[in-house]
Design a binder for this molecule. Sequence first.
Ligand SMILES: [Zn+2]
Length: 781
Amino acid sequence: MRIRTIALLLFLLVTGLATAQTKIPTPSEVLGFTPGEDRKLASWNQVVDYFQRLDGASDRVMFQTLGTTTMGKPFVMATISSPANLARLEEFKKIQDQLADPRKLGPLATRDRKAADLIRQGKTIVLITCGIHSTEVGSYLSSMLIAHRLASSTEPEIQKILDNTIILLVPSLNPDGVDIVKNWYDKTLGTPFEGTDPPELYHKYTGHDNNRDWYAFTQVETQITVDKIHNVWHPQIVHDIHQQGSFGSRLFLPPYMPPVEPNVPKAIVQGYTELGNYMAAEMRAKGFEGITTNSTYDAWSPSRAYSHYHGGVRVLSETASARIATPMTLKFEELRSREGYDPQKESPKFGPLWRGGEWHLSDITKDMTTAAFLLLDHAAENREQWLRRFYAIGKEAVRPRRPGEVFGFLIEPANDCEALLNILRRGGVEITTAGTNFKLGTSELPAGTKLVRMDQPYGAFAKALLEVQHYPNLRDSTGHPIAPYDVTAHTLSLLMNVPVHAVKAPFRYQRATGTTSEVAAAQNGCAPAPRKDLFAIYHSNVPSQDEGWTRWILDSKTISYGVLGDKELRAGITVFKPSPSVTGKYYVILIPDQPARSLLEGYRSGSMPPELSGGLGPQGVKTLRDFVETGGTLIFLNRASNFAIEQFKLPLRNVVGGLPRTDFYVPGSILRIELDTSHPLARGMPKETVAWAEDSPVFEVTNDPSASVPATNVHVVASYPADKDPLLSGWLLGGDLIKGKAALVEVTMGKGRVILFGFRPQYRAQSLATYPLFFNALTSK
Ligand SMILES: [Zn+2]
């Protein structure tokens, strides 16, 4: 009896000590609140602090800094698995590497057997990415809840997840934005503006477009994620956690609505369909309401789905938003339809009904954590199936191409060829140099022509970026065009003006012997030398992504520029530079793509603090007009051109303005334009080039007697061809309406001029083909 008592005491002492040693900190112990509490956001420092403590306390969590963000913050990742798995990470990476690229398994005859061995040993690799869109605050907060449960739980299902999967958890793909949003939220807390979006881009350059960079790889956050996570681990599952608007479904899960980009493997579509449907069914069984699948979000653009071309499924989740961290109350009648479902009606794509009521940040984190653990359950339970599918995708990718299939693409040397090749290389694509031996028909291609074969692991990624997109003409039951979720074209070879030729199998070529002449990488040869005080960019209080991209392009080329806001322009100051010695004044002002009304009026009245409201207003318009009339150059990009036509009463008409989508629609496509190369704006350009059109105006010169200048003041620099289909890649409805109409014009006004682009010449830092037009506008006088 006595011995048993001592033994019991000893047992209690030892287990007590063990518990003390491995006490896993809860998020609330570190943050001072539980993630999901109303009106509480964590700073990025607090998130990093929490994960560091978790790493210190748990043998299931390894935390590391992978790089530095645009604004100098640590970009971090936690690797979470069983301690035994964490001790063998290099082995699991090697397994992944071989299954991703079956050529590494040796002779064809024994590959399947070797792969079967590796599939038995391997783990499902799950990448969970949070917070790319920083106003969608639920996910970076949920990352701490997910990590805590994985680190601390003794539940058998968690043990199963830890044993069978390796979880790569990125608490935020945009750490800078965590603090941008928190600072604004805290500043406006308790004011009438609590819960509004910050009046600046939540990524310094790209804002919401940071999730449109997964093939151009322009931003450091994208580069870190691709180089140090995707390409190292080749995850089978990527769970990308987002939030959507407040008035639709409570939660979206895959499958995606059509169309699926044709280079996405069928096995990927099966994978996200099975997993998304499983998660939706389990959540419905647990009593969650308002869930939609197969709606709103498509799988068309590689700009959002790197993994779809790299052996992994992307499981996007989109939970309904509150007002940042402030709860809201919604009435059932307020819920609004989106593509594919009506939240007031049950259907195969939506249900069960959510009847409205309060919606808190905790509802969002509950959706997110529940969905994430269901995803992890599936990844663990079906480990071998996920690995088999992954191997099958790799095997299909590397098989020899059959006669008639695309064997590969020949890429001719060109000005921006190296920019294109670097993108392909970063995406894991192998490129062959073969000197002068490539022939197409009877003509020999130039020295330095490259070949990208399709029989390699990521050939489909290259194919998607080198071929033309034929976006399907999708209509709803009323005949109305169904809007794509994002844009419809991603042909980089067109956007970068690099000639490419698809060649069919069988294709025979010889590798050149000796040295091959490489084409010098003269990237964007038309970029001007930095000239201080030459030009300024207009910065609206209403954040414009196009403005951010413009700043990124200039900063990345170390071209200096000034910034002019509403306040300066409304103050009526003279901004024109009368002589080179005057500082703080400019020859050129650029107005990036933004709707005309938003430029003029800014935020809707009363929606933001008075000092941020008002837009350019009549006084700003007058300042800009004076600027032109005294000799300045004013450049308007895309939708901003409508502002110039209206406010300056130019003798121009937007021929597609106000047309319904059934008559004219161009939701992000590559069109063909013809240039007047004798004009200084088109200096260095070919006769024909591309134009990125997206909600773009199309100009016609008018003889309106009430216009401020005569029609003869308008010079058409670029126009859509009169006798050819303007569409090169993507989707265009009503193309006949724009044939022969103008796409780029210069209008002289007083001593200066106004330049109107009816397209986006520096679209998302991808349309290198039209950078010369953009830079010529900024620098030519
Ligand atoms: Zn989002």
